[in-house]
Design a protein around this ligand. Sequence first.
Ligand code: 5CA
Ligand code: ZN
Length: 415
Amino acid sequence: MKSWPAPFIPAIPGRGEILRLRDSSSGELVPIDPQRPARMYVCGITPYDATHLGHAATYVTFDIAQRVLRDAGHEVRYIQNVTDVDEPLLERAERDGVGWEDLATREIDLFREDMTALGVLPPDALVGVVESIDLIAEAVRALEASGAAYRLPVQGCEGEDIYLDLATQADFGTVSGWSREAMLDIFAERGGDPERPGKRDPLDPLLWRARRPGEPSWEAGGLGRGRPGWHIECTAIAVHYLGSTIDVQGGGTDLVFPHHEMSATQATAMTGDERFAHAFVHQAMVGLDGSKMSKSLGNLVLVSRLRTSGVDPMTIRVLLLAQRYDVEWDYTEDLLGAATSRVQRWRAALSAEGGAPWESTLAQVRARLADNLDTPRAVAAIDAWAEQTLAGDHSVNAAPGVLARMLDGLLGVRL
Ligand code: 5CA
Ligand code: ZN
């Protein structure tokens, strides 16, 4: 489906460092330095409600990853999905008495507007599930053909549901590293169906859901009418667009289990490659008043609402960059106030005639970002330059220009 417009990335003097990211499966910092284009897959939205600050944090995090990779000389191939058919979307459409397709279209449009306003680099392809039914069905057929899947009859329906047989997958569990108890505790809460009678293992993920009355479904050769399960959607899209192994698999920490665990296991089952992603990278949950911001809880700070209330999208971006991606945080008005005054200070310094020397600031920003996307410390380096400039150091004519391009190119902050 249509993505959103790519912002221009200005040239910056010199070259950035190799990006090191914390891989949540091993806990180690790993360099992202492939000999071919870097391949990144980030789990996209389920379009049943508007983009909140948690989503925005996730997409800004991987936007910074892409900028740092490019600054280090890498080409980046980046794919993001849209879960445009799934339970939460169908349930919300039903609740609100609207068509699920209309709801999805409306929320995807708003998402594109929010991403554009925040200056987020678009993926090379934004890929919906509905437009990918054939390639997902192909993946399910391949899993079945390899003996890694089994079918269960559905009471009152003609078709059969298809599940992955986890017992055939030796690497299952290596992404999250969770105990079986922890997995069983959370599986149902995150879309799983551990109670479904007949499953070989309660954790087996659904690959294909046979048509149920009143639910959207598609004809898929050999599988019968139905629709894809959630995890296989991301596996099939990632493998189709990026290949059997990728450099970065991204999303929020709420996706570590079961989503990324299952996606990776399925990829291995499909391709035979042992490790699906070189680094599994997760944005910590953004909350409000102590609980995770979530569409289902409704405790949301929406990007679009902030924008219509007059908040400059660049202020929202600076607010996000002032937080570490791998540490949970709660939104507060104070954070917005701090971001607003930071943007004012930066703007004032950038409009000075000359500024403090820029070389060490640029080197620091590059080093901080390459070090597992330490955006707060990159922001602090820019604060220090702005303070020095505002205190009267106008010794370098070109400094405000270089700083403006650096802010734009590396941090996506266009002031
Ligand atoms: N469509 C699936 C992924 S395939 C999904 O999780 N959609 S979502 O709309 O619920 O979330 C979109 C992205 O935002 C996911 O990467 C998710 O992990 C992330 N996310 C959701 N809530 C938060 C939050 N409170 N803080 C940070 N990231 C979040
Ligand atoms: Zn996903």
